[in-house]
Design a binder for this molecule. Sequence first.
Ligand SMILES: C=C(O[C@H]1C=CC=C(C(=O)O)[C@@H]1O)C(=O)O
Length: 462
Amino acid sequence: MIETQIPMLEQALEQALSVWKVENKPQLISITEKMDAIDPFIFFDRGTKWKGKRIFWSSSQESFFLVGVGEAISIDSNNQDFLQTEEQWKSLLKEASIYNAFQVPGTGPVAFGGGSFDPDKKSTKLWKEFKETQFRIPSYLLTITNGETYVTFNAMVASDEDTVSIRQDMLLAKQYLLAEQKGLPAGPSIVQKEEIASDQWKELVEKATNEIKSGQAKKIVLAREMRVDFEEDASLSSILYQLHESQTNSFIFAFENERDCFLGASPERLVRLQDNELLSTCLAGTAPRGVTREEDEKIGAALLADEKNREEHDFVVQMIRNAVEACCEQVHVPSDPVLYPLRNLQHLYTPVQAVLKKGYSILDVVQRLHPTPALGGLPREESMMFIREFEQLDRGWYGAPIGWMDAYQNGEFAVAIRSALLQGKSASLFAGCGVVKDSEPEAEYQETMIKFTPMLSVLGGS
Ligand SMILES: C=C(O[C@H]1C=CC=C(C(=O)O)[C@@H]1O)C(=O)O
């Protein structure tokens, strides 16, 4: 394998150097090859050597994995503007030396990242490692899709000297990352758990319902935090493996920044783009799962018929439809939601399909969609103002878009919910719910409790 890559690497280096000499700016080289099967969790675990710079993404419905280690380059911004990211991404790709004979979605140069939920809310030191917008092009990217495995090597070339270390890095890293390894380390176990200001949160739900009844807004999504401690630093690879095994119908994601890592198992797709076909999904309205099949079906039927949940859901559908119509054609939205079952709860779900108009990109759509009323509220401005002013929480990247895009206009973004910020021996978990005029604080509190469960259980809590 390595032998077949060397001529490609030499060509890529030569090409990058010749562009660099004219343009005098660093050039991206990217080389993709097909491999025998590789375990994504073990690859991630071996990437511990690049600790602080790992990324993970999987879509359980499609057995699709992206695992990145190291950082060839990152596209960051301290004001959240996905369109600015788009410009920088395009400029990086413009003269990049890309050797990818497969051009399968998610191979070649891939930028993975996200941003904060609300750039207008003052951030606290909890999220100090995370930028307002941050996308990483990993040095080594493992892609598993349709049962095939690919590895992409990315690097920036900025001088003749770089080429020596790039050659060495590529070969050594590959040997190291692909060496055999048995099993994953043990998962963490929680020794202490604290719900932050839960009584105040219930009062805030009440305040939001009053605001809604007085006509200031129709829906406001409120979130809260739980802080947990472990005996030892938690092993990320084991947590991701457990999430993947336990959370069906979800996107498992992780973005590591030094000692901190934001990760989760979100059922909510914001948008997927493949061959110009767009899929967005509306997910809002929640009920628990039943213990028996009969009970489960009864709860599901009640959820489908429940006025409060249907209203909460319809707000999301209307907004997503409008945003998608502005940049797509052939927009298709079913008239009624269906149930979307997860391990611990079920949601109302409406898929939105469309074809993206020429001239738009996935980040255009992300910029238009975020925040949907599943995380912000309705109207957008009023609900965001309420959250900004009264919610006692630094959401950071919770509730914001997280995902990937490749060089061929494909990509996928989820809404980063059912998530946690891991910081060595402790973690902050986040959960929220949509408040409408008939919401009851205690019921909403219980709903957030269920939403904490997937993350809590893989972290070794109950
Ligand atoms: C805000 C969250 O969930 C949203 C997504 C789906 C259903 C929701 C709900 O029914 O309230 C929320 O809008 C969360 O899980 O933290």
